[in-house]
Design a protein around this ligand. Structure first.
Ligand code: SF4
Length: 505
């Protein structure tokens, strides 16, 4: 019988969550670096460079890889010969670990969890509760897998109860293009096949926790049908040409991980969960000897990458920019923005639109401005702002026409594609939509030189801030004609990929 102290589980969970907030797994860094080396589309290559530079900066600075520091998901295997030295349950111990990690004063993580999800949606303020899956297994140890899953990638999860004769590869190839770029590719596809509906979803999530080893699989050749399926999906998804951040290119997925389970003869449940550019997970084992200390990686594990800024990249002074200037931009153009921008995401947009509908004036002047869809991490140690990468732009699509029509806003900055309603509104009002790289939040935050809250203070990270930025890197996603890089570029790259060996590292 092994005695496990409750405090050891709390401390180990807290330490693991801090660890994964700023250290990407080495296999992930290696895979992104390999994708960077072979990428042929300059825009996608630059996005990969930003992800790698951001990753190294976070490892050095011990600050979050992404402003969305995730919903905590924990898989626990408890040995049957374990005895707990604790007065509280295992779930409460884990949640105490989450609380300590997210409120850690040296590296405050963003609290993103809302209680009463169908109603008031109130922030729990400490990122609890975690989603916890427990299993009792033979043995005398406690095995823990901890992940912090981004909301943007979680939002793209898919499930289907296929007919037994349906083809899983066909279904995945149908689903991935519908996921757009809001899951911040490149990443990993976790797939669960079989069981029941809920079993397939849990397997897909757990599959995301595996190490990236698709190149080893290719080198040794698949040993069974499931490995063959992994390889086929990996190669065919990458051949879609979606690319990093949906900008078109050779690498959309870094690996495809699959778990399966026996199922009913009438069913073929399949679940697909993407893990994003902020892939964060850690594994540890408690054996009764105390809390687990994860070994920090060596900075030598990160490649020394510098961005090749220049060439076609334009510097833009936002404070003197006119609508006519912005109309000259074309999809895929890369810009470095300097000047003043405002921030606002879901809650701020809802409140602004409600105010406009009541005929009230807005507390901020949007005319001639850009609004950045972001909910930054709180600053620490004298920072202007914590990591501040873009959030998914499509969530603001339903507000776009009204905001453009009634405020004179010049444009928006977010991540990933815009939907049909936003594209039509952008064209109608001659506005533009820009993207920053999702998963490069700390890098983006370094371009923010001043920050102050100017409205809706009560919304916390969703308050409207005024940022003064210098050389903030963005790409034109939608031009004033409503032309979208996310529609054009993947088609071009899908055609080109037929002629180039995408699957080689
Ligand atoms: S990389 Fe993208 S999907 Fe992942 S946590 Fe960050 S913003 Fe969300």
């Amino acid at each position: 019988m092994t005695v496990i102290r409750g405090d050891d589980l709390i401390q180990s969970v807290a330490d693991a969550l801090q660890f994964i907030s700023y250290y990407h797994p080495k296999d992930f860094v290696d895979a992104v670096h390999a994708a960077y080396r072979r990428e042929e589309n300059p825009a996608a290559k630059d996005a990969l460079a930003q992800i790698l530079i951001n990753s190294r900066m976070c490892a050095e600075g011990h600050r979050p890889i992404c402003q969305d520091t995730g919903i905590v998901t924990v898989f626990v295997k408890i040995g049957m010969r374990v005895q707990w030295d604790s007065d509280v349950g295992v779930a409460d111990l884990i949640n105490e670990g989450v609380r300590r990690a997210y409120l850690h004063p040296d590296n405050v993580l963003r609290a993103s969890i809302l209680t009463d999800p169908a109603g008031a949606r109130l922030n729990s303020k400490d990122n609890t509760p975690a989603v916890i899956h427990m299993e009792v297994v033979p043995g005398d140890k406690v095995e823990v897998e901890v992940a912090a899953k981004g909301g943007g990638s979680e939002a793209k999860s898919k499930f289907a109860m296929l007919n037994p004769s349906d083809d899983i590869v066909d279904w995945v190839l149908e689903m991935v293009p519908t996921m757009g770029a809001g899951w911040c590719p490149p990443g990993i596809l976790g797939i669960g096949i079989g069981g029941t509906a809920e079993k397939a979803m849990v397997m897909a999530k757990q599959a995301c926790m595996g190490s990236i080893d698709i190149n080893e699989l290719k080198a040794r050749q698949p040993a069974n049908a499931l490995e063959q399926l992994r390889l086929e999906i990996y190669e065919k998804v990458n051949a879609l040409g979606i690319g990093a951040q949906g900008l078109g290119g050779l690498t959309t997925v870094l690996d495809v991980k699959i778990k399966d389970y026996p199922t009913h003869a009438a069913n073929k449940p399949v679940a697909l969960i993407p893990n994003c550019a902020a892939t964060r997970h850690a594994h540890f084992v408690l054996d009764g000897s105390g809390p687990v200390e994860l070994s920090p990686p060596s900075l030598a594990d990160w490649p020394e990458i510098t961005r090749e800024v220049g060439g076609d990249t334009r510097r833009v002074d936002l404070d003197s920019l006119t609508a006519e200037d912005a109309r000259q931009w074309r999809p895929g153009d890369t810009l470095l923005l300097s000047g003043t921008i405002l921030t606002g995401r879901d809650a701020a947009h809802k409140r602004m639109v409600d105010m406009l509908n009541r005929g009230e004036s807005l507390p901020v002047e949007l005319s001639g401005k850009f609004i950045y869809y972001v909910g930054p991490v709180d600053p620490v140690r004298g920072e202007v702002v914590g990591p501040a990468g873009p959030t998914t732009a499509t969530r603001m699509d339903k507000f776009t026409d009204q905001i453009l029509a009634q405020t004179g806003l010049l444009g928006m900055i977010g991540k990933a594609e815009r939907g049909p309603a936003a594209l039509a509104a952008i064209k109608k009002h001659g506005a533009v939509s820009l993207i920053a790289v999702g998963g490069a939040a700390y890098l983006v935050s370094k371009a923010i030189r001043q920050s102050r809250v100017v409205a809706f203070d009560d919304l916390g990270m969703e308050a409207i801030h005024e940022f003064v930025v210098e050389d903030m890197p963005v790409t034109v996603a939608v031009d004033s004609n409503g032309e979208s890089v996310h529609q054009i570029a993947p088609k071009i790259w899908q055609q080109r990929i037929g002629k180039i060996p995408v699957a080689q590292a």
